[in-house]
Design a protein around this ligand. Sequence first.
Ligand SMILES: *Cc1c(COP(=O)(O)O)cnc(C)c1O
Length: 453
Amino acid sequence: MNHADPAAARLADRRDRAVRAAVEHGLVDEEHHPVAALLDVTAVREAAASLHAAFAEVTAPGQEVLHAFAVKAGSLVPVLRLLDDCGVGAEVASPGELALARAAGVPAERTVLDSPAKTTAELREALGLGIALNVDNPQELERLDALVHAAGGTSSAPVGLRVNPQIGGGDIDAMSTATATSKFGVALRDEGARRWVVEAYRARPWLTRLHCHVGSQGMALSVMAEGVRATWELAEEINTAVGCRQVTVLDIGGGLPVNFDSDETAPAFADYARLLASRVPGLFDGRYGLVTEFGRSLLAKAGTIVARVEYAKSSGGRPIAVTHAGAQVAVRTVFAPDAWPLRVAAYDAKGLPKDGPAVAQDVAGPCCFAGDLVARERAVPLMAAGDHAALLDTGAYYFSTPFGYNSLPRPGVHGYDASAGDAPVRFMTVRAPQTQADLVAESGGPHRDALTQ
Ligand SMILES: *Cc1c(COP(=O)(O)O)cnc(C)c1O
């Protein structure tokens, strides 16, 4: 591939070498591992460094910023450990995600709990651990009131309220959380809501944070900035109304979109940080601590799914590569192909980039339903049985979030270091391939006779 951007060229070069090495090492093979996922450790470290640098450029000296990775974008313990090593904590949204973050060693002070459906047990656990949490709605706040009351009227963890500035959606409805009727947060423009929020803070000196996350992939940066601005304005209004600086931390969520059409990282974290600095200068004057919760933008470019082409057939004149990567690893792309197109790269049987004229072909997965295609009429070199199809930019929300269809096993995830151009690629196991014994066990194997006894 031709690249004007040197970072993009290095990313593509590391990926090509990793695919080749993965085939050589048998991480993807004919017998047992027809599909595997690869994660470029260098790319993850670079993304985390660019996030830190972007905010360092716009924040005031001494202003505290916690970058928390949205765990749902890459729910793998070694990945959370790597990000923590890069100074990026964890944003969790379920007891399972919290357990993963804790297993990775992410400390409580770098963990944030957001979820629209926290149980009382989860709230109690977060308070007990001292994990920051963002309350979603008035009923949740009442539950918390009872827990705080029982603890003598103070909260042992920082608590914020999630608001929905209702500034509208982006290109993908399912990813837009700031629509008029979104299920998330307190809808600020609803009748009486603003007054209710101010009174809620006045009555609770322990409510010291304010949170928004206006959407993910498909949101325009200017709309994201508008949501952050509305949140900052509300914090100012609350602090003025209560007569002190009660709101001390603003959690501005994540949502930086990822470019799925090339190896270039665009927009960059720095583009967004600069836009925020121009649209919401008060965010960076040092009076507020900040929390961010990026997910996709930290990992997407680092991931590649490599699948063997089992058969190459033709149907109605259309060439079809039947591969082992379908809905089980690319659920959004298969079910919402227009919203989630992925690049597909063709490699040969040895894992070398395939040449040849581009031919429009469908790239199908192994699942038994007709829509299991990861690309339709895609112009890439014609793939043959034994070749490999690679799904690019799949580091976030793809292999880490498998779909258990057709009892297909979760593929192995292998980290790689291909940073030294002349040294062999080094692999590390992030998640072992799921075995058939695991599959049987999680599918009720141990309860075989439960329904016939
Ligand atoms: C999903 C989510 C994020 C991360 O979104 P990305 O688009 O992956 O950056 C951050 N905060 C909250 C509350 C979320 O639900």
